[in-house]
Design a protein around this ligand. Structure first.
Ligand code: UDP
Length: 467
């Protein structure tokens, strides 16, 4: 025995949509194609539903996120609280992450012992617990290679005085990290700079302490950034295995999305002309105020292009009303009457939407998963970044790959309409579409047998078997 089929891995995603999806996709790829069995560690905060995933085993880890912190919803505070709690020892009221790991790593009648733990880069406390048990850890970075290479550069950026960012220098280029500017750095505009600085430092420590690094990107997309990482991080393997949603045999975003996906939009898309629909979605966390919301609604209405708009229940800040009461009076009726020109839903099966022939453009917040999903289907983008790595993703979309552009400044109806024309217009958007199609072919290439991501996935399976 002892073949690959008898190996088991543990995986532990950070409990947010944009981190859970790629971790489960990696788990699915390792299980479905590598023959490994997988145990998923998960928290009560944003808990997963094990019954949806019969092919995976699950174990719950106490997360220690206080209810008020969970309710306030700051990702930085939640990451901070989780790591702080998970550093604790077991007590009569608390099971430490080390003790949970010790019990799930062990073999039982059904499962072989776990060979390693694959963690999100934000879970340093979990890595320390694993290390104390002698369990190797691999890190999955759910962002781009550019983003990680940027994190690695943070100490240098502080030393050189680029950080903390000064308002007057935001548009200054970072000659060490082209095509980025100071403005594009992580959270550069935000008040909680110190807590972010600490989170990034811990993520880098986790990466450096790991036994291997797995990144949701592909070799042909970010060659210089991957090379920089390989030069700077001294770990056994650095593997680009993306886009993971294309390598996974199961649609995990569809199965275990924290919000229920509304599939009625696919039938609606079937009735629309090829390349005619603008898909509008800002991911699981980005939000807008009610004035901006009305500007967007007005612009979509008057743009003349069919649109599919995802209005998450918490998209508009300070409002928990239902969709229809927040939309301008008569909005839905108007778009329905005009030849079913628009559709509004709470949450989309995004990967299927982007793959649909009717979708010709994506207005996105430029989260990394959304960006990769769009690139994979050759859909050009309008980017409206808000925080985290969204600014740098936008910069790469615009400057490095030329498959979209940023909509900057105040959200005003006229500006939005102009951006929509630039993206969807037959003439205006032609160059973007052409480059997006070329990039789509590169994605297809990395996914073919012998393609770079397939080879990287095989290497990962072999490496895990060797641990
Ligand atoms: N997503 C979805 N339905 C939607 C919008 C998004 O299933 O209506 C999925 C999307 O496919 C992606 C994830 O949610 O996998 C969002 O991740 P991303 O990194 O783009 O943004 P985040 O939510 O982390 O800001």
């Amino acid at each position: 025995g002892g073949g690959v089929g008898r190996r088991r891995v543990l995986v532990f995603p950070l409990p947010f949509e944009g981190h859970i999806n790629p971790m489960l996709q990696l788990a699915g790829a390792l299980h479905g194609r590598g023959g490994l069995s997988v145990t998923v560690l998960h928290t009560r905060f944003n808990a997963l539903d094990p019954s949806l995933h019969p092919e995976l085993a699950f174990a719950e880890v106490p997360d220690g996120v206080p209810p008020d912190v969970a309710a306030a919803g700051s990702i930085a505070e939640i990451i901070h609280a989780m790591n702080a709690a998970m550093e604790g020892e077991s007590s009569p009221t608390w099971t430490s992450v080390r003790d949970v790991l010790a019990s799930v790593v062990a073999a039982d009648e059904e499962k072989p012992p776990a060979a390693c733990l694959i963690i999100d880069a934000n879970l340093l406390a979990v890595q320390k617990a694993a290390a104390s048990l002698g369990l190797p850890t691999l890190v999955l970075r759910t962002g781009s290679a550019a983003c990680l290479s940027c994190f690695l550069a943070y100490p240098m950026l502080h030393e050189k005085g680029y950080l903390p960012p000064k308002e007057s220098r935001l548009y200054e280029p970072l000659k060490e990290l082209p095509p980025l500017r100071i403005r594009d750095l992580f959270y550069s505009g935000q008040a909680n700079h110190e807590i972010i600085r600490e989170i990034l430092a811990r993520a880098i420590e986790t990466v450096r302490n790991s036994d291997g690094l797995v990144i949701n990107t592909f070799d042909e997309l970010e060659p210089p950034e991957l090379e920089r990482i390989r030069g700077e991080v001294d770990v056994a393997v650095v593997l680009a295995v993306g886009p993971l949603h294309k390598l996974s045999p199961v649609d995990y975003a569809g199965r275990s999305s924290l919000l229920r996906q509304d599939h009625s939009c696919i039938e609606w898309l079937d009735t629309q002309a090829t390349g005619s629909v603008l898909y509008v979605s800002f991911g699981s966390l980005a939000s807008m105020d009610s004035d901006e919301f009305l500007e967007v609604a007005g612009a979509l209405h008057s743009s003349g292009h069919p649109f599919l708009w995802v209005i998450r229940p918490d998209l508009v800040r300070g409002s928990h009303a239902t969709t229809s009461t927040r939309l301008p009076d008569g909005f839905e009726r108007a778009v329905e009457e005009e030849g079913r020109r628009g559709k509004v839903i709470h949450w989309a099966p995004q990967q299927q939407v982007l793959a649909h022939h009717a979708v010709g453009g994506f207005w996105t917040h430029a989260g990394w998963n959304s960006t990769l999903e769009s690139i994979s289907e050759g859909v050009p983008m309008i980017c409206r970044p808000q925080f985290a790595d969204q600014m740098m993703n936008t910069r790469y979309v615009q400057e490095a790959w030329g498959v979209g552009f940023e909509l900057e400044g105040e959200l005003k109806r006229g500006e939005i309409e102009r951006a929509i024309r630039k993206l969807m217009g037959e003439k205006e958007g032609a160059g973007l579409r052409e480059r997006a199609e070329k990039l789509r072919k590169k994605v297809a290439g990395c996914l073919e047998s012998g393609g770079s991501s397939q080879v990287a996935l095989d290497k990962l399976v072999k490496y895990i078997a060797s641990l």
